[in-house]
Design a protein around this ligand. Structure first.
Ligand code: 6PG
Length: 277
């Protein structure tokens, strides 16, 4: 995963299989943006559309800004991009807590994406169960189904919470045993709030799941997710795409406890002149 132009110091290093560490949060966002462009081209060339679920929280903010930048926004065929969310807070779209609101401010109003291509979760609905059904119907309308009947997203961005939650799948939640519903509205005891979230079967049906993780405060939980064997497993560990790939794009601060990384293959020794070992 090189391609950072000339500067080798900016090349993400593979710290574990499928786990790439970037020098800092800005380079993490730029690496993710470059990947987004490539995956968009591949999916649109193959399927005519690029179906993406965005994550919430603070980490994707820089990525959204980079994607909306002069350098990147022209590289993406936005009319062929369909935007969904992995989860949402039970607040109106203009609330500072809204995941949709943040993406709208940082990305969606700055790129030529048709309004009809943006599919937010209406988690502020007083009847969240009905809103979850609506969202499931929406996914059914836009997305192909896999061999188990779950909707297939080309790309799902996910974050990592301090205790190992991802999307709005929190440790200890019954939702982690969900096997049929696509969208759910858990009451998150830790927050005392309801959320709307895609379920594990939908995340596992994706062609590609990308965790974006930044900051030293995430180093311990990232190590636990990638190298730990807690019982029961953490929600972020339970995301295992069945026919797709799982990638972690992190910054060096978050990767600080992951060790020296995947050894880069030694350069082949120059052949020694005939007869000399
Ligand atoms: C949300 C998220 C959540 C988030 C993690 C990490 O709505 O909060 O989707 O899963 O990704 O909590 O959040 P930060 O990026 O802010 O650390």
């Amino acid at each position: 995963m090189g391609d950072t132009g000339a500067n080798p110091n900016l090349v993400p290093r593979e710290v574990l299989p499928g786990v790439w560490a970037c020098p800092n949060a800005e380079e993490l966002a730029r690496t993710a943006a470059r990947r987004f462009v490539d995956w968009a081209w591949q999916s649109i060339a193959r399927d005519g559309q690029f179906h993406v679920a965005l994550s919430g929280g603070s980490t994707p903010q820089t990525l959204f800004r980079v994607l909306a930048s002069q350098e990147f926004r022209g590289q993406i065929d936005w009319p062929r991009v369909q935007i969904f969310w992995g989860d949402e807070r039970a607040v109106p779209p203009d609330d500072p807590e809204s995941n949709y609101g943040m993406a709208r401010r940082e990305l969606l109003v700055r790129v030529p994406i048709p309004g009809g291509n943006v599919h937010r979760m209406e988690a502020e609905d007083a009847n969240m169960g009905r809103a979850a059904h609506h969202y499931e119907a929406l996914l059914r309308r836009y997305l192909p189904l896999d061999d188990r009947g779950f909707p297939v997203l080309h790309l799902v961005f996910l974050g990592l919470g301090p205790e190992g939650h991802t999307a709005s799948l929190f440790p200890g939640s019954r939702l982690l045993r969900e096997t049929s519903r696509w969208v759910s509205t858990p009451n998150v005891a830790k927050l005392g709030k309801r959320r709307m979230t895609l379920t594990l079967p939908v995340l596992d049906a994706a062609q590609r799941v990308v965790f974006l993780v930044a900051g030293s405060e995430k180093a311990a939980i990232l190590r636990e997710v990638l190298l730990g064997h807690p019982e029961p497993p953490l929600p972020a560990q339970m995301v295992q795409p069945r026919n797709g790939e799982r990638i972690f794009l992190v910054d060096e601060a978050a990767a600080a406890l992951l060790g020296a990384g995947v050894p880069t293959p030694a350069a082949p020794r120059p052949a020694s002149p005939k007869g000399r070992t």
